[in-house]
Design a protein around this ligand. Structure first.
Ligand SMILES: Nc1ncnc2c1ncn2[C@@H]1O[C@H](COP(=O)(O)OP(=O)(O)OP(=O)(O)O)[C@@H](O)[C@H]1O
Ligand SMILES: [Mg+2]
Length: 448
């Protein structure tokens, strides 16, 4: 351990230095408080005299307790001067040595003090760990919804149980699937991802289960499928709702019997895989529509984990935003309070992925170190794309009046306040616009 001895009397300084060096400590010395402060970097324990020219022991002690509270300080006091010893303890010294002291006593006091130092550092580490429990692996989330997700991931990871991850696009299903695999005993084995919606039906079977030579035209060599590649590991079936009925039967067999055949082969193969499936649609709707097998659904739904949308856990936005600022920025930029408010108020139909994109884009356009609300560019594009499958409707939580009001204001903004131009943008006459504006109390007195 590295110990700093602060003592103006050279002889005593030497004696202590010798003793502690022979106890195998690394010793640094200083003749007064100022010198001590210059040498304190990396020191595990300070032993200081109280009476010294210049900065005395008590002032030094105060500086250390304030600036590096985990560094213990032992003070040396003159014989019979109990009050000063007590005063020093009050100000944060962890022990004192009354002069003259034996070298054995010195070693004992130092040993005890270093033990305290170890406990303090340990305690600090545990505290920091408590703080970082807001994350799980590289998943961020302090909201109750995400805490529940972390708890479930921890519980299911050790087993081979099939897990079904449900959540909107961009909520982090991929990340949760990885977290499960990497917290499982299979972590050293492959994690093979299959995007079920990206594969045309005829390719999907050969992709999943592999094929033998000559199984179909073009199959000039035999190839193992994704399930075989994942043997002993984990298969992540993304967008499971898009698996065609014909393939669903085979998946069911894998889940139930852990066996399958390659295309063009009669040989049944055994396999040991853990299956994690993900969906951003409600599978029950697909069940009722007859597009999904009931038996497969129940096999998959053994351990469902619902990942809440970002707008259902807005308290995660600050930490996520910070995380993406660090990821895409130079580490110096901050969010202004207004910018954070803007992020907090948004609905995030594209969830965490959209937040990530917005931060990345905003940082590209930002000028200063503090990102302003006006520099946060929330793209309205994905929003309309997101809902394009459904008939167009009001944004969640808005009334028709509120919606009209926000559109009128936006039109005015785009037209820089010019009402004729705003009216053109809206496809109504200037008079109609004026009427509507007066209805919502927007001043109509200017000539334009
Ligand atoms: N809790 C989180 N902490 C940190 N980053 C996250 C978190 N959740 C999501 N992300 C990030 O958001 C992005 C989208 O996450 P991911 O790909 O896991 O979503 P998904 O639910 O699989 O989306 P999709 O349904 O579109 O496949 C990724 O870049 C991921 O790094
Ligand atoms: Mg995904």
């Amino acid at each position: 351990m590295r110990i700093l001895i602060v003592e103006d009397e050279e002889k005593l300084r030497r004696v202590i230095e010798l003793q502690l060096s022979s106890d195998e400590h690394e010793v640094v010395t200083a003749a007064n408080g100022e010198e001590a402060l210059r040498k304190i970097e990396g020191v595990d324990l300070v032993i200081t005299d109280l009476k010294m020219p210049g900065m005395d022991g008590l002032s030094l002690l105060e500086r250390i307790s304030r600036d590096s509270p985990s560094t213990p300080v032992v003070v040396m006091t003159a014989f019979g001067n109990v009050e000063t010893a007590v005063e020093a303890m009050k100000r944060g010294a962890i022990d004192f040595l009354q002069k003259p002291f034996s070298l054995d006593h010195l070693s004992t006091v130092v040993f005890k003090a270093l033990e305290v130092r170890r406990l303090r550092t340990e305690n600090q580490r545990l505290q920091e760990e408590l703080v970082t429990r807001n994350t799980f692996g590289n998943l961020i989330g302090r909201s109750p919804g995400m805490q529940e997700v972390f708890r479930l991931v921890e519980r299911v990871a050790p087993s081979r149980a099939t897990v079904l991850l449900c959540g909107e696009s961009g909520v982090g299903k991929d990340m949760v699937a990885r977290a499960i695999h990497f917290h499982s005993p299979r972590r050293t084995q492959p994690l093979v991802k299959i995007n079920c919606s990206a594969l045309p039906e005829n390719l999907m079977e050969s992709e999943l289960f592999g094929y033998e030579k000559g199984a179909f035209t073009g199959a000039s060599i035999a190839r193992p499928g994704k399930f075989e590649q994942a043997d002993q590991g984990t298969v992540f079936l993304d967008e499971i709702g898009d698996v065609p009925m014909a393939v669903q039967v085979k998946l069911l067999r894998i889940l139930q019997e852990r066996e399958f055949e390659r295309l063009g082969s009669n040989r049944t193969r055994q396999i040991d895989v853990r299956v994690i499936a993900a969906t951003n649609v409600d599978l029950r709707a697909a069940l009722e529509g007859g597009r999904f097998r009931e038996d497969l659904y129940y096999r998959l739904n053994v351990m469902p984990i619902n990942i809440p949308s970002l707008r259902e856990r807005r308290e995660d936005i600050p930490a996520l935003a910070q995380h993406f600022m660090a990821k895409y920025g130079d580490g110096k930029q901050r969010l202004s309070p207004g910018a954070l408010d803007k992020l907090l108020a948004n609905d995030w139909p594209g969830n965490v992925r959209e937040l990530e994109n917005v931060i990345e884009r905003s940082l590209l356009l930002a000028s200063g170190e503090e990102l302003q609300a006006s520099e946060i560019r929330i793209d309205m594009g994905p929003r309309s794309r997101q809902t394009s499958a459904e008939p167009y409707f009001l944004p969640a939580g808005m009334t028709l009046d509120e919606y009209e009001q926000s559109i009128l204001k936006e039109a005015l903004k785009r037209a820089s306040g010019n009402k004729s131009q705003a009216a053109r943008l809206l496809g109504i006459t200037r008079n109609a616009l004026r009427y509507r504006l007066s209805q919502i109390g927007i001043d109509d007195k200017e000539p334009d």
